[in-house]
Write a protein that binds this ligand. Structure first.
Ligand SMILES: [Ca+2]
Length: 164
């Protein structure tokens, strides 16, 4: 027998889950951020843009000069990846992931508990990681100076701090 309730029921269920997630996201917006930062869940984010090529190390320094506990972003979930990718607005962007002696580590010392590498990455061609505009803002390891030749530069970075 055809179940005539299956389509409308799953539709209602989907809408109800979406509403729940939206409410949860709103109620998770706790705390305040420094001026210019955007609050997402319990953290604050800001895009920095150099207008010309910037090395990963300089990007990190720029973040650190913005305030106490500000550093290049760490990413810990698909939600956070989606948020950071959206903020980056389709531009190659440094994140705070670094290869240290063969291990990947976030510069803010949070656990490396999530990754979102582009296909065939990490390819081992560098120790610094950026969101790759050519590959849907998934992650690519590359050299840390931000200059890939052929007018291909990294000019942007994203910083993160805990909300207070
Ligand atoms: Ca690579």
């Amino acid at each position: 027998m055809r179940n005539s309730f299956s389509v409308p029921y799953s539709d209602i269920l989907f809408r109800s889950i979406t509403k729940h997630l939206e409410r949860r996201q709103q109620s998770d917006q706790n705390g305040t951020c420094l001026n210019g930062f955007s609050l997402y869940q319990n953290n604050c984010y800001i895009i920095g843009s150099q207008g010309s090529e910037i090395s990963w190390a300089d990007a990190r320094l720029h973040c650190q000069t913005l305030g106490k506990n500000v550093d290049l972003v760490s990413i810990h979930s698909a939600f956070e990846q989606a948020y950071v990718a959206q903020q980056s607005n389709g531009v190659d962007t440094w994140i705070g992931l670094l290869n240290e002696d063969g291990n990947w580590a976030w510069v803010d010392n949070t656990p490396f508990d999530y990754h979102d590498w582009a296909p065939k990455e990490p390819s081992g061609d560098g120790s610094c990681v950026h969101l790759d505009q050519k590959r849907g803002m998934l992650w690519n390891d590359n050299n840390c100076d931000g200059n890939y030749g052929d007018h291909l530069y990294i000019t942007q970075y994203i910083c993160k701090a805990s909300a207070t």
